[in-house]
Ligand binder design. Structure first.
Ligand code: MIG
Length: 837
């Protein structure tokens, strides 16, 4: 149903005519007033709101409401997800979305009641009161409690093309998300702009940065909700900055089109948001390994030395990066033939050593006769233009460049095919940089136009999705050409939904403790905003870290989804061995720790790829009802998966750590000390320690650290167990590459622990596993038990029995760490281990 100004005028006139016919003179008056108001010229300096309700029409997917000044459309688009659109001049724009995958939306039951003062829309998750005079929305949870509402007077409004929504700010309201943003994790009281920007060396007060994710979560005492504003123009989010009445969001142009997501759990909001915009696909396992980068490993012998150093020193690593100097004059898809005379041989030698190689790709194409990428781009019309049809040129690393128009399907294909050819030489993934897009002098002039597959659009609309579409082109190209490989794309710029194609890093930070803390907060924000595969430049990009800062950053990096060290061209060496022997030893220990936890980390990635629940998340995600977790003192603490609380030291010189532990019991795996939750604890945290806590009842899968993810199959699984009745854990395992898992080639092991009369019963259920890989034995590590068990047995054999004197040599009681270890054989299917005291 479409309404425009003329149909509304016509409708008002019909009302007047019928009133006149019925000789009810006074009935004409309101319609006449409305008519006069509509014909007055809009005041350019004032926001116009919807005004009062006039009428509505219901259809299968929602309700269209005509108001005095415009139309409002509510569509039920999924379980507990409502779409809200405001027309322009009475007509819905229905702009195509760059983020929302409408095909994924399930059908739901809902109901609409019409009362004198309101339409009441009831759907799964909550209800909306659509108040009639003036027309505004009140969102209520399943129990009828108000959780969000339009400001009493303003609500949805516009001023020319600029559109805005004002909502009531509540005392107990906190805001999270908004993607890659600096500041506190809680965004209340601040204002943010979405406009992808290249901001080298940014600090904590800088905005906007590289990515735009117009999604936030409001958390109130009664529950959480989410709002995704599906608009790619420059937008602004005022989360109660300088106001105690309203928070708001709006854009300079485009459609007022947003999604309201009911909770009440933050976890469900994130799950539903990622249902709408897509989830991170399972990456190749190697992408979870340690990644080493610098601007720029060059020439070839430097790259070979780097690889050799890792292996000779026994420091695990999976990925080496090639920054811009590998190219011939910064021309993408070329190699500097003096520095890299035989890339294919180099790459296959590195492959044989267990290294994956990821080169950087910038979107700017050097304008140079004879350069094949440039020539193809010209011949096939792949480059961006001015509205008069002449090509746009901007300067970046290669000098004057043209830029691919990623809004054309044909251009995306061409771009993806170029990646595929590089894969054929032997590279393993791609690092998309400068895709905000960035050019010397700042950004493209507003005149630059996109073809948009025949629906021309200005850079104003497309700027924020440039990197997003480049990521799509990259990912799709790899999927098409290498169907047996999971693509790995790392991007700097992003928009809502980019998680479907790429991981993200937080750009050009600085080697400062401030930036270590800021980076953690940014990763937490990205994680809540649907982009779980994120990380920072470990050690800092600008300047050089002290050994202490480097080690602390590596420690935090163990439980950051992307663990990548990187630094600027003008800085000191920043490899694990560049800071002296003592630091090298610590770097080895913590990088190895990452590898030891890979079974757990990979399982958390798998969970994120299916449910959208991020691997790394602020405490409030898991402990929403604990008021203490909202204290900004604990905002650098996070949960990684369900069972590990990570509290790295992020202050210079600090040798202890103050940690807040939420409800439940927690165990420090380094000391075996256990603590009751809902309290602050202080623990020792020398530079050699990463403060970690296991949740009581956790069963955490680990392994011995390999030198790289593909080095050895997992044959001895290590289970860290914090015994508690009802304990549990899950491990997902597959070949780590390719798509066999989609056809059932994976394993899921479910662990559970029950209290027996005089011990524990551990059940390992591998029933869902279609095949069993190489796990032959399980090393059990029981924490926190002061006494060692007297007897350990599987269904068919006794492993350990102090009475019968069967004590295998590897059984060990570590009194200092309150830990008991023993290895038991593992058989596929369902098996149990009883542990008697
Ligand atoms: O203008 O490729 O954020 O990681 O090392 C700087 C050189 C371009 C910016 C990236 C950084 C990369 C650098 N690039």
């Amino acid at each position: 149903m479409r309404f425009n100004k003329n149909t509304i005028i016509l409708l008002y006139m019909q009302h007047i005519v019928s009133a006149l016919r019925a000789a009810r003179w006074h009935a004409c008056i309101p319609w006449l007033l409305l008519l006069v108001r509509m014909t007055l010229p809009a005041n350019a300096d004032q926001y116009t709101s919807l005004g009062d309700y006039v009428s509505h029409e219901r259809d299968a997917a929602g309700v269209s409401i005509r108001a005095e000044n415009n139309v409002l459309r509510l569509s039920i688009v999924g379980e507990a997800v409502l779409r809200i659109q405001v027309g322009r001049d009475g007509t819905l724009l229905n702009d195509p979305s760059h983020a929302v995958r409408h095909e994924a939306i399930p059908a739901v039951n809902w109901n609409l009641d019409d009362t004198d003062s309101a339409l009441v829309l009831v759907m799964p998750g909550g209800r909306v009161d659509i108040l009639k005079r003036p027309l505004r929305l009140v969102f209520r949870d399943g129990e009828g409690r108000e959780i969000a509402s339009d400001d009493r007077a303003f609500g949805h409004a516009w001023d020319g093309k600029e559109i805005h929504v004002w909502k009531t700010l509540h005392q107990d309201e906190r805001f999270y998300g908004l993607g890659e943003k600096t500041g506190d994790v809680n965004k209340r009281g601040s204002q943010w702009v979405m406009w992808n920007s290249d901001v080298p060396g940014y600090g904590n007060d800088r905005d906007p940065l590289y990515a735009s994710i117009p999604f936030f979560i409001g958390v109130r005492d009664a529950g959480a909700y989410g709002i995704y504003f599906d608009n790619s123009f420059r937008s602004v989010f005022n989360m109660g900055a300088a106001s105690d009445r309203v928070y708001s969001f709006g854009a300079e142009d485009g459609e007022m089109d947003y999604y309201f997501i009911f909770g009440p759990a933050v976890r469900d909001v994130v799950r539903r948001y990622t249902g709408l915009t897509g989830r991170m696909p399972l990456p190749p396992l190697w992408a979870l390994g340690f990644q080493q980068c610098r601007w720029s490993y060059y020439p070839e012998h430097e790259v070979r030395d780097l690889a050799k150093n890792f292996r000779q020193r026994g420091i695990p690593a999976d990925v080496l990066y090639l920054d811009i100097r590998y190219m011939d004059n910064y021309k993408v898809f070329t190699w500097d033939s003096a520095a890299f005379p035989n890339p294919h041989m180099l790459l296959s030698d590195l492959e044989a050593m267990g290294f994956k190689v990821v080169p950087i790709i910038d979107p700017g194409i050097k304008i140079e006769r004879g350069y094949d990428v440039y020539e193809q781009g010209i011949a096939r019309d792949h480059f961006l233009k001015y509205p008069d049809g002449t090509l746009y040129s901007g300067q970046v690393w290669p000098g004057w460049c043209h830029f691919p128009d990623f809004s054309r399907a044909d251009t995306r294909r061409w771009w993806g095919d170029a990646y595929a050819r590089m894969m054929d030489i032997g590279v393993d993934g791609f690092w998309n940089d400068m895709n905000e897009p960035a050019v010397w002098g700042r950004e493209f002039p507003y005149l630059v136009q996109f073809d948009n597959d025949g629906a021309p659009a200005t850079i104003k609309r497309m700027h924020n999705v440039y990197g997003h579409l480049m990521a799509e082109a990259s990912f799709d190209g790899l999927r098409r050409s290498h169907p047996d490989k999971r693509p790995f794309v790392l991007t700097r710029a992003a928009f809502a939904g980019t998680q479907r194609w790429a991981a993200i890093w937080t750009g050009d930070n600085t080697a400062r403790f401030d930036d270590l803390r800021m980076g953690i907060r940014m990763c937490l924000g990205l994680s809540l905003s649907g982009m779980p595969f994120n990380g920072t430049d470990i050690g800092g990009f600008m300047d050089s870290p002290s050994p202490e800062l480097y080690v602390r950053w590596l420690q935090a990096g163990v439980f950051t989804p992307l663990m990548r060290s990187h630094t600027h061209i003008n800085t000191r060496d920043q490899e694990p061995w560049s800071f002296g022997e003592e630091t090298e030893e610590l770097a080895r220990r913590f990088i190895s720790l990452r590898y030891e936890f890979l079974p757990y980390i990979y399982s958390a990635f798998h969970e994120a790829s299916t449910s959208g629940t991020p691997m790394m998340r602020p405490l409030l995600h898991d402990y929403q009802n604990d008021p203490a977790v909202y204290d900004s003192r604990w905002q650098h603490t996070w949960m990684f998966g369900d069972h590990i609380l990570v509290a790295p030291v992020v202050q210079e010189g600090q040798r202890f750590q103050e940690v807040y532990l939420p409800e439940g019991r927690w165990l420090d795996p380094w000391t075996g000390q256990s603590y009751e939750g809902r309290q602050r604890v202080i623990i020792d945290a020398p530079v050699s320690r990463l403060p970690l806590f296991y949740k009581a009842g956790a069963i955490i899968p680990r392994r011995n650290a390999p030198q790289f993810t593909g080095e050895k199959q997992l044959d001895t699984l290590v289970l860290d167990i914090v015994p508690q009745d009802g304990g549990s854990g899950t491990m997902y395992l597959d070949s780590g590459e390719g798509y066999g898992y989609e056809r059932g080639d994976f394993e899921v092991l479910r662990f559970s622990l029950g209290a027996e009369e005089r011990g524990w019963r551990l059940t390992i259920d591998a029933a869902e596993s279609v095949r069993t890989r190489n796990i032959k034995a399980i090393r059990l590590r029981l924490f926190g038990s002061d006494a060692s068990p007297r007897r350990v047995a599987t269904a068919d054999r006794i492993i350990f029995d102090t009475d019968a004197n069967t004590v295998p040599p590897d059984a060990r009681v570590d009194a200092a760490h309150r830990r008991f270890e023993i290895t038991v054989p593992f058989a596929p299917g369902v098996s149990t281990v009883t542990i008697g005291y």
